[in-house]
Design a protein around this ligand. Structure first.
Ligand code: SF4
Length: 190
């Protein structure tokens, strides 16, 4: 089951099928740029930990995608922080993946950042394009964009989850990106 242990090799497929828009965007940007800035690494890295990517697979995943640097640079500048997120360095705290409220209300993305919530931080045109890209029809796409415009970000995300779920599946309100993921996996018979 995809709600158990996840490997670095599975992330591409899982991202396309089961990630919420915020994490799909981070994954896409990581792949196209070969890098993510700090806010994105934190939001995405903790999410991946939450879906069951263990530390060894996380190091493999990030090393593979940070393709413009040497092993030495990766180990010196990034490996520590990845292990830190897993509670293996520093205070050895068990850092939790960010909730929707946290992503929506704190640390808004600046230029070159890709973290945040698309329903909160993106313009209407970008948001509509992204929603339609995942096969949501015109009418529902417009409704989702309008909910976002009114500031009902999680309601918009829930509607997106419903619109992309198999027919007849009941979706609980989205409160956490990892909750979005688990619901999607279970709905597909994961
Ligand atoms: Fe991600 Fe939550 Fe925003 Fe949905 S509402 S895109 S899960 S932060």
């Amino acid at each position: 089951s995809s709600t158990g242990r996840v490997t670095a090799d599975q992330i591409d497929t899982l991202a396309t099928r089961h990630f919420p828009l915020c994490m799909r965007h981070l994954h896409t940007q990581l792949k196209s740029n070969g890098h993510l800035k700090h806010g994105g690494r934190m939001q995405y890295g903790l999410f991946l930990k939450g879906i069951g990517l263990p530390i060894d697979e996380a190091l493999t995943f990030w090393r593979r995608h940070f393709r413009h640097m040497t092993d030495d640079t990766f180990n010196k500048q990034y490996a520590y922080n990845i292990r830190h997120n897993y509670g293996l360095e520093g205070k050895r705290a068990n850092y939790a993946p960010y909730s929707c409220v946290r992503i929506i209300t704190s640390n808004p993305p600046g230029v070159g950042d890709h973290h945040g919530c698309p329903f909160k931080h993106w313009g209407q045109d970008n948001l509509k394009q992204a929603v339609a890209y995942y096969g949501v029809g015109q009418v529902e796409t417009a409704q989702i964009a309008e909910l976002a415009r009114q500031g009902h970000c999680q309601v918009a995300c829930t509607k997106f989850a419903e619109a992309t779920a198999p027919p007849g599946v009941r979706v609980d309100p989205i409160e956490h990106p990892n909750g979005f993921y688990v619901q999607s996996v279970l709905a597909s018979g994961g």
